[in-house]
Design a protein around this ligand. Structure first.
Ligand code: PEP
Ligand code: MG
Length: 323
């Protein structure tokens, strides 16, 4: 099996009936690039920038950030690199940021909420990203967006910083796509509205599942409720993909679910354009997708959307594909 996977490193990802999907890697650090390249990723679907801010006692400077982003963009050449702006809070804290104690940190002051309030932090990151944009194929993504107002504010700040840089004579790419994570049910439900105002979506199932089923992703006691194949999750994913495609936009997924062998045929059938996962999952996923027919997957997806339970979905996919 290892040898078969090895042969797939340089191949594009194609289904048995010739449909191309993009397989990207999730990274947390420029040091992860080695594994990304060794496993033949076609993109970086999620660069979690919070690790730049963690494990130290002060903010990373604009130049430090610029160097990190540039390194990743250059290493990937013209392949897409989706860099997510700071997603701190929830389970991730910063010692030098005086974060309030919260009763429900996952429902609290985090990610884009924090960035819109602490614009001093946000603007520095955006400037570093914009400056790095000329070194590759950058796509900027906002995390934990819950309302259109947040998206509009974040975009306005981004464009303000871009204008400032241009006025300073700094070059900035004019083809940066701007997108958002869909990881809060409110955004999935009205994805049609969001789709008009972004270039792409990336579905963050790690959070989308916890918020949809109201089951803390870190809490063992309720982990039985953390159900990726729950028909409610599948329907939300379906809604998001339809909404994006209606506006001619692409949709990725960067939660764990994107690399899950039960989920892959369903996601293919729902029309997902990009799957982003840990580098070590890429070759197994490519191998699996090579054996799937996109046409059959479409049929399968239409069926499971009408199932009652996650167990029913799992059993059915197993019966169809993993005999
Ligand atoms: C997600 O929520 O699915 C996601 C990819 O983001 P994170 O795991 O960093 O919250
Ligand atoms: Mg998340």
């Amino acid at each position: 099996q290892k040898a078969e996977w090895q042969q797939l490193v340089t191949e594009a990802t194609k289904t048995a009936d010739g449909q191309h999907v993009e397989l990207g890697a999730n990274i947390g650090n420029p040091e992860d690039l080695e594994g990304v390249l060794a496993n033949g990723a076609e993109a970086i679907g999620l660069y979690r920038t919070e690790f730049l801010y963690m494990g130290r006692d002060q903010m990373p400077t604009e130049d430090e950030q610029f160097e990190a982003y540039k390194k990743v963009l250059e290493a990937m050449g013209d392949k897409p690199v989706v860099i997510r702006t700071l997603d701190i809070g929830g389970d991730k804290e910063l010692p030098y940021l005086d974060m309030p104690e919260e009763l429900n940190p996952f429902l609290g002051f985090r990610a884009i909420r924090l960035c819109l309030e602490r614009q001093d932090i946000f603007r520095v990151q955006l400037r570093a990203l914009l400056r790095a944009s000329v070194f590759g194929n950058l796509k900027i993504m906002f995390p934990m967006v819950a309302t259109l107002d947040e998206l509009r504010q974040a975009k306005a700040i981004l464009f303000e910083e871009k204008d400032k840089l241009l006025a300073e004579g700094v070059s900035v790419s004019d083809s940066i796509e701007v997108g958002m994570m869909v990881e809060i049910p409110s955004t999935a439900v009205i994805a049609d509205r969001f789709a008009k105002e972004v270039d792409f979506f990336s579905i963050g199932t790690n959070d989308l599942i916890q918020y949809t089923l109201a089951a803390d992703r870190m809490n063992e006691r309720v982990s039985y409720l953390y159900q990726p194949y729950h028909p409610a999750i599948l329907r939300l994913v379906h809604t998001v993909i339809q909404a994006a495609h209606n506006e001619g936009k692409w949709v990725g997924m960067c939660g764990e679910m994107a690399g899950d062998h039960i989920a892959i045929p369903i996601l293919l059938g729902l029309g997902l354009d990009e799957f982003s996962m840990s580098a070590s999952s890429i070759l197994p996923a490519r191998s699996q997708l090579k054996g799937l027919s996109a046409e059959n997957a479409k049929q399968l997806a239409a069926e499971v959307l009408n199932f009652d339970t996650a167990d029913d979905v799992e059993a059915y996919v197993n019966k169809q594909f993993n005999k």
